[in-house]
Design a protein around this ligand. Structure first.
Ligand SMILES: Cc1cc2nc3c(=O)[nH]c(=O)nc-3n(C[C@H](O)[C@H](O)[C@H](O)COP(=O)(O)OP(=O)(O)OC[C@H]3O[C@@H](n4cnc5c(N)ncnc54)[C@H](O)[C@@H]3O)c2cc1C
Ligand code: SF4
Length: 543
């Protein structure tokens, strides 16, 4: 292999995990190769077109996976520079401190993590700075202790949401501002990169103002001359040396042919499902069950949260443009009526009639889809699903991804819905009284794609980390127990899914693993800091 194809570090995938790690390692001066199967998201008007995004699924992969019965799955996932952060709603939560310990749920046990909240806290603070999180400390009753304030004040509520927040507070809840990674400067609207639009959650940002891994991490990383990014570079398999303890070659399909690269360190960050698939596809005689899979956990314990959208159709119209500003965690760990954890309540982006038409929800009597969209409060409910070894990713006969998943802990989710509905009924609207909020019904989020399993936005858990090589595939530094130069830094490492959105934890962990890798490569703090301070600033171009 020519020297040109040899690197100190190869990072596979550019999402929350891989993109952040590339940013963190770039100032080290080490030769870094980033391999991304996708391209840059084209900047075009369709970025903000609900028909193109939500109905035509323009940006979703066209790959077809299968469920365990052999039926087609059209996964709601995206292969681009920046990974799924290009499309995410940018609600950037820390896990709760207790989520790192063992928690008893109605459906079973959520296991402890091998690191504590305190181990990750400094990296959460760094992650919030890097992803420019807007929030207010001290509002969320379940908020874990934080070493630093948020770098930006919370995104303000629009009037309908402020009204709801006030009503919730009156009824005894403690609503708070959702921590958000959007580059909105409300004090200086003329200069603000973010224009506060209604096409954010699920859409790529046309004006590059979402805190995503491409804009904030990959673009600045490739400014460093020691960093190379290859797009449209699909990693097909990883090969080991004769001992089986080192990755010797990374096999990549690019421009219709196969290329090979080698790295002293190889970091897989393809998203929890694709990373597991890559390791399973890389089985060899030293690793017959799949690479780094002597534990037989690779691909198992798939989690993706139990999520649903609950549309509260109220008599009051809801003209909100940017709806994702409000959250409620009062039921996260349980209530007087239900002693087990239920989860987290927040919002999706404001639903419109086009998106609703694609999802074809049952129409509330007396409402057209347009009227429904004008009057709905579109809640996003998240409950923890528990790690079940039989919920797993495997590889089918034709090399395709196969997903087996039986939902669990559903009682908690039903209770969360019931608690929200009860609260909404208690609320008194100044115009319509109690009945304002009473027309409630729920539907699946993934409009136009009615297969719930295809909704893999919050995928995690498939290559869990832990102390014991018999029950985990990664050690506490996210290095595989079995292969000395192989790491995984996407959502795969979660031993439990908690019930808040996963991206900030993936980002924080990538920074933590990044520090470990800098140490492993002998990069001194002084040299690193000097190079970092000399790094070019990224310029956010307003379109
Ligand atoms: C619509 C939507 C809304 C969301 N909203 C939120 C939110 O508000 N808050 C939150 O915390 N999370 C949210 N998420 C989830 C969040 O985006 C993910 O948790 C996060 O992006 C996962 O990071 P990752 O690094 O694990 O994987 P990804 O971000 O998926 O990155 C994986 C990368 O690997 C690449 N890749 C895959 N296979 C290969 C291969 N074989 N070779 C080369 N490259 C490969 C992919 O193209 C991709 O770029 C949302 C997701 C979606 C889809
Ligand atoms: S302009 Fe702001 S609200 Fe609109 S997509 Fe971009 S980041 Fe989101």
């Amino acid at each position: 292999m020519s020297r040109d194809n040899q690197y100190d570090v190869i990072i596979i995938g550019t999402g929350a995990g891989g993109g952040t790690l590339a940013y963190h390692l770039a100032p080290s001066g080490k030769r870094i190769l980033i391999l991304e199967r996708g391209d840059y998201v084209a900047r075009e008007k369709d970025n903000w077109n609900p028909q193109a995004v939500n109905v035509d699924a323009r940006y979703n992969t066209k790959e077809i996976w299968r469920d365990i019965q052999g039926r087609d799955l059209h996964p709601h996932t995206n292969y681009y520079v920046g990974g799924n952060t290009k499309f995410y709603g940018a609600a950037l939560f820390r896990l709760r401190q207790q989520d790192f310990g063992e928690i008893r749920h109605h459906g079973g046990i959520s296991p402890a993590w091998p690191i504590s909240y305190n181990d990750l806290e400094p990296y959460y603070s760094q992650a919030e700075q890097l992803y420019q999180v807007h929030g207010n400390r001290g509002e969320d009753p379940t908020e874990p202790p934080a070493g630093k304030p948020y770098p930006w004040p919370a995104v303000s509520h629009e009037s309908r949401i402020q009204h709801l927040a006030d009503d919730f507070a009156t009824s005894g809840l403690t609503p708070f501002h959702t921590p958000l990674g959007i580059m909105l400067d409300e004090k200086n609207p003329r200069q603000s990169p973010c224009i506060r639009c209604n096409t954010c959650d699920g859409f790529p940002c046309l004006v590059q103002a979402k805190s995503d891994a491409q804009v904030l991490c990959v673009d600045p990383a490739v400014e460093h001359s020691n960093v190379t990014l290859l797009t449209n570079a699909l990693v097909k398999r990883l090969e080991t040396d004769a001992t089986g303890h080192e990755i010797s070659r990374v096999v990549v399909e690019r421009n219709g042919s196969l290329e090979t690269y080698s790295g002293d360190i190889v970091v897989v960050s393809c998203g929890a499902i694709n990373s597991a698939a890559l390791l399973l596809r890389s089985a060899n005689d030293k690793h017959p069950q799949g690479l780094a899979n002597s534990s037989d956990v690779v691909g198992r314990h798939y989690m993706g949260h139990t999520n649903s959208v609950l549309m509260a159709i109220s008599k009051c119209p809801n003209p909100t443009i940017f709806q994702k500003t409000l959250s409620v965690n009062d039921f996260y760990f349980g209530s007087r009526d239900f002693e087990y954890p239920m989860g987290h309540i927040s919002f999706v982006g404001k639903l419109d009639a086009i998106t609703l038409r694609a999802g074809a929800p049952a129409i509330a009597p007396g409402f057209t889809l347009e009227l429904m969209a004008q009057h709905s409060l579109d809640f996003w409910l998240t409950s923890e699903d528990l790690p079940d070894p039989d919920n797993r990713v495997t590889i089918g006969h034709n090399g395709e991804i196969v997903m087996a998943y039986t939902p669990n802990n559903l009682k908690a989710h039903d209770q969360l819905k019931a608690h929200l509905q009860k609260t909404m009924k208690q609320n008194t609207c100044s115009v319509h009284g109690h009945e304002c909020h009473q027309g409630l019904f729920s539907r699946n989020l993934y409009v136009g794609q009615r297969i719930p399993l295809a909704g893999v936005a919050h995928q995690n858990g498939t290559i869990r980390f832990g102390h014991d090589a018999k029950t985990s595939a990664l050690d506490v530094n996210c290095k595989t127990h079995d292969v000395d130069n192989l790491y995984v830094v996407d959502g795969s490492f979660f031993p439990s899914s908690a019930a808040v959105n996963p991206a900030l934890t993936i980002i924080a962990n990538a920074l933590r693993v990044g520090d470990h890798l800098l140490q492993r490569m002998g990069v001194t703090t002084a040299a690193y800091e000097a190079s970092k301070n000399a790094s070019p600033e990224v310029e956010i171009v307003i379109g």
